[in-house]
Design a binder for this molecule. Structure first.
Ligand code: ADP
Ligand code: 5GP
Length: 206
């Protein structure tokens, strides 16, 4: 039995844990997917493109979207707003795609409360705090002040691992990518409760 009505994969983890790097490694090999492009009020980073990495907007525009009920979920993270647009995710789900959300722990709670029966969640962690510091500093995309704030946040985020279905420790990149790929493939096979009930009802007649 396959879930052909789409499924959701939530990926969370501290900034610098390797979420983008790992996703880049696996997306050519997980079938049809839709990566949700979040909207944010944070400043664009070197190497990022508006409409590709995020939709970068002003706080005023973001608050208008909240008022218009455009978000499946939104949260205030690291001093900026981030939100997941509802409509594109809904239409990707309808066409049977795997919808991938790179969102924080608050977003995971909301998505699980609203769409838990089609959602699989995975937390990506660096092997240690000192390795996270090293990777954030080597990435050279943030000031020391921003890095210090992200490290502080990471200590809090790690406390939420038990809210996730899976933990992937991103030590060796290729090994972590293989694990994440298996999780992504399995997440498509998660069957919504309604489909299970329908199957159970039809089962004797098949
Ligand atoms: P995130 O998307 O979670 O913020 P990134 O994918 O940008 O994190 O990764 C942060 C930095 O760590 C990048 O410079 C990336 O090249 C590096 N990195 C990611 N995974 C590994 C790994 N397994 N080993 C060494 N460096 C890594
Ligand atoms: P960054 O600024 O490093 O791109 O992202 C900071 C944090 O915001 C990360 O933990 C990321 O997962 C989270 N984030 C990005 N988009 C969203 C979103 O739409 N909703 C929520 N709740 N968190 C998000």
């Amino acid at each position: 039995m396959n879930n052909d009505s789409g499924a959701i994969l939530v990926i969370s983890g501290p900034s610098g844990s390797g979420k983008s790097t790992l996703l880049n490694e696996i997306t050519s090999d997980i079938g049809e997917y839709y990566f949700s492009i979040s909207t944010t009020t944070r400043k664009i980073r070197k190497g990022e493109t508006d409409g590709v990495h995020y939709h970068f907007v002003s706080e005023e525009e973001f608050k208008k979207d909240i008022k218009d009920d455009d978000f499946l979920e939104y949260a205030f993270v690291h001093g900026n707003y981030y939100g997941t647009s509802l409509k594109p995710a809904q239409s990707a789900l309808k066409s049977g795609k795997l919808v991938i959300f790179d969102i924080d722990v608050q977003g995971n709670t909301v998505v699980n409360n609203r769409l838990g029966d089609i959602t699989t969640s995975v937390f990506i962690s660096p092997p240690s705090l000192s390795i996270l510091k090293y990777r954030l500093e080597s990435r050279k995309t943030d000031t020391q002040e921003v890095i210090d704030r992200r490290i502080m946040m990471a200590k809090k985020e790690i406390q939420h691992i038990s809210e996730y279905d899976y933990l992937v420790i991103n030590d060796n990149l290729q090994e972590a990518a293989q694990t994440l790929k298996s999780i992504a493939k399995a997440s498509r096979l998660k069957i919504p409760m309604q489909d299970i009930n329908e199957f159970a009802q039809r089962w004797e007649d098949i």
